[in-house]
Ligand binder design. Structure first.
Ligand code: GRG
Length: 286
């Protein structure tokens, strides 16, 4: 049941991510190619799926949340392109292919990220779907705050500040609350906004997202632990595995997932697909 819903949502996200890309033509056609190179390279689409699942759980028509879902995926894609740049994590590969700057040059990769970030807000303002102007404004407010200096960008700042400097558990949690969980929070909350959910459900979605975000990051560290291309090791970064050890990190990811699932009580039976999805993220292999 839930699997059929995930498949349908995923197909819609894949279509919408491509259809909503800027229509750059003529002299600008290479710009569109550059954006699609990163948008269509096999990301898991975790954030857009969360937006759609929360819209559904809050009683909305999830198709209405597609522009918001794409907006979050565009911000996510921009963050990965910029994160891979030589001045940041300096990664030559992303999802098994040359990273954007390796394929198109550094200046173009910078522009590709800028274009995706900007276009995300275009989609929220102008996108299709039966969503009111007030809902669009609220969504833009959430995404700009959670992706910005007090959110994901702030988390990236802490990440860079701790390169070649040991970070303890407290710093890791504070950093990933911002770097990873904030964008997940934006996705969950924007899905609720698209459904016209009340504040109780929006707060429950935040609670879910903060815990799921930390579980997701710890799981990411666990998966990268045995990966030779792992840039955390190369860049001298502390991870949950280096700070807590593999087994404790595994226990932590399960505990945070449990807390996330507990927050879904506010959605009653409608939270079932989200519960299944959280379990899939906990047991993912990539
Ligand atoms: C450059 C402002 C700026 C921020 C960068 C996203 C990010 C912040 C850094 C990338 C490195 C990293 C490990 C970030 C934590 C979030 C995370 C686990 C990203 C990977 O997300 P997935 O697994 O990626 O959803 P896919 O490839 O599936 O889309």
């Amino acid at each position: 049941m839930a699997d059929a819903l995930f498949t349908e949502m995923l197909q819609s996200v894949e279509r919408a991510v491509t259809e909503n890309a800027p229509r750059a033509e003529g002299l600008l056609a290479p710009v569109r190619d550059m954006l699609l190179y990163s948008l269509e390279s096999g990301g898991k689409r975790v954030r857009p799926l969360l937006a759609l699942l929360f819209c559904d759980a809050a009683g909305g028509d999830w198709q209405n949340a597609l522009p918001f879902a794409c907006a979050v995926e565009y911000v996510h894609t921009y963050s990965l392109i910029h994160d891979d740049l030589p001045c940041m994590d300096n990664d030559d590969f992303r999802r098994g292919r040359p990273s954007s700057h390796k394929q198109f040059g550094e200046a173009n990769a910078l522009l590709a990220g800028d274009a995706l970030l900007t276009h995300a807000f275009y989609l929220i303002a102008a996108g299709e779907g039966n969503v009111s102007p007030a809902q669009r404004v609220r969504a833009a407010k959430e995404l700009s705050r959670l992706a910005g200096a007090e959110g994901m960008v702030g988390g990236q700042y802490i990440d860079l500040a701790y390169e070649n400097k040991e970070a303890g558990g407290e710093v890791l949690f504070a950093m990933d609350r911002l770097k990873t969980a904030c964008l997940i929070e934006a996705a969950c909350v924007m899905g609720c906004i698209a459904a016209g959910a009340d504040e109780e459900k929006i707060n429950a979605a935040r609670d879910f997202a903060v815990n799921l975000g930390l579980a997701f990051q710890i799981k990411d560290d666990l998966l990268e632990y045995n990966d030779e291309a792992n840039s955390d090791v190369k860049n001298g970064k502390s991870t949950y595995v280096s700070v807590f050890g593999f087994e404790k990190a595994e226990a932590l990811t399960a505990q945070f997932t449990e807390k996330a699932v507990a927050a879904l009580g506010a959605f009653g039976e409608n939270g079932e697909a989200l519960r299944t999805f959280a379990g899939k993220l906990l047991n993912r292999t990539k």
